[in-house]
Write a protein that binds this ligand. Structure first.
Ligand SMILES: Nc1ncnc2c1ncn2[C@@H]1O[C@H](COP(=O)(O)OP(=O)(O)O)[C@@H](O)[C@H]1O
Ligand SMILES: [Mg+2]
Length: 350
């Protein structure tokens, strides 16, 4: 039996709709050996977690235990959507750098050391930093007003619009241990939020982040230039290919006809019918169900079934040819006593 599981937190509308849709589609297609359900976790033992062919992860960003569970499931072959290893590694600042490498415009961005020192560090932990910081260089590049937001955040938490250096320093002082990005403001005309499933399925939604929460997904917005939509579509695909996410939302702010990617590190995207609206909800339920069934069909027991982005598989940077092969060296610390290999007869049982 190929099981498709969904792991979720406080959300109430998407998970059950997804499970029902997958099971309906399986029945309609006459597939006998497949089913969808809510993931149920009991004991979790290393290297023993192959119950699910596919797991859609909607919550491990908030629950480290779940992230560890998912990595363990992945090594036994579960196709975890999204790849929990990549999700553990990337964050917004790195993703912005990757966007530049794959030709997607992003606002100019710097990263700032946290306002408070991380626990168990003192001034000696920062001897590699040049103080005072070259703030002028950053301010000249980014300009004001600017955005300051966590390099690894979501849900609009600790997102600030800052008017001046003094404003920035004051707000930075409130951010405690967060590592913040200082980012150029894109004074946008249009804004889009796009579901991106894999590398060929994009659903572009008009979005107005300046509206109150329940009115952000725009249902009857002004017509949009087809060229902009085509560019947005192309950029979505480029980003998801590079990142290797199966299920993401990508946000763009459009200024002077150029879409700038603002937020594309959303691998558990909002899919609540009460915020995205009925039509978008129907799209994501239907298309996520189709994708999960496809993944379950492709699933190969005992093998790695995760998706990896081209940053990992093709080594986007540095270029392959720049990597020189160093001659192999093998050293063991002098203090380590090396045990002689046991005699052959002890090693092979007959
Ligand atoms: N560089 C920027 N220029 C203009 N608006 C921005 C910029 N960065 C963030 N915003 C606004 O702030 C909102 C939240 O920022 P975002 O990067 O999406 O963080 P989160 O991951 O918390 O949603 C965005 O939807 C957008 O409206
Ligand atoms: Mg966002």
């Amino acid at each position: 039996m190929k099981k498709i599981g969904i792991l979720y937190g406080q959300e109430n509308t998407f998970p059950q709709a997804f499970i029902d849709r997958v099971n309906q589609k399986i029945a309609a297609e006459g597939i006998k050996d497949m089913m969808a359900e809510a993931v149920l976790i009991d004991t979790v033992e290393q290297a023993k977690s192959d119950e699910y062919a596919v797991i859609i992860d909607r919550i491990s960003q908030d629950v480290p235990f779940y992230r560890a569970y998912l990595k363990n499931a992945a090594i036994t072959g579960t196709a975890v959507i999204n790849n929990p290893f990549w999700w553990s590694a990337d964050e917004k600042f790195f993703n912005n750098a990757l966007a530049e490498k794959v030709g997607v415009p992003v606002p100019k961005t710097f990263i700032l050391p946290s306002s408070l020192r991380p626990p168990d560090t003192d001034e000696n932990s920062f001897r590699n930093m040049k103080f005072p910081f070259n703030w002028d260089k950053m301010f000249d590049t980014v300009g004001f007003p600017a955005y300051m937001k966590p390099h690894d955040g979501g849900g609009w938490k600790s997102v600030y619009r800052v008017e001046s250096p003094e404003d920035l320093w004051e707000k930075h002082g409130e951010t405690e241990h967060l590592v913040m990005m200082l980012q150029e403001e894109i004074d946008f005309k249009e804004y889009f939020r796009c579901y991106v499933l894999g590398t060929d399925n994009v659903h572009i939604m008009q979005y107005e982040p300046r509206n109150p929460h329940h009115l952000r997904y725009v249902l009857d917005g002004d017509p949009v230039d087809q060229k902009i939509l085509d560019t947005v579509h192309d950029y979505c695909i480029r980003l998801n290919k590079a990142l290797g996410y199966d299920f993401n939302t990508v946000e763009f702010a459009v200024k002077d006809g150029i879409p700038y990617a603002i937020d594309f590190c959303n691998p558990a995207p909002d899919a609540d019918i009460n915020s995205v609206g009925e039509e978008n909800f129907e799209w994501i339920v239907e298309n996520a169900a189709t994708m999960a069934i496809e993944k379950a069909k492709q699933y190969k027991k005992g093998q790695m079934n995760l998706t990896w982005g081209s940053f990992v598989t093709d080594q986007i940077a540095p270029a392959k040819k720049a990597i020189k092969k160093a001659p192999a060296k093998k050293t063991v610390a002098k203090k380590v006593a090396v045990k002689k290999a046991p005699a052959k007869k002890a090693a092979t049982k007959k």
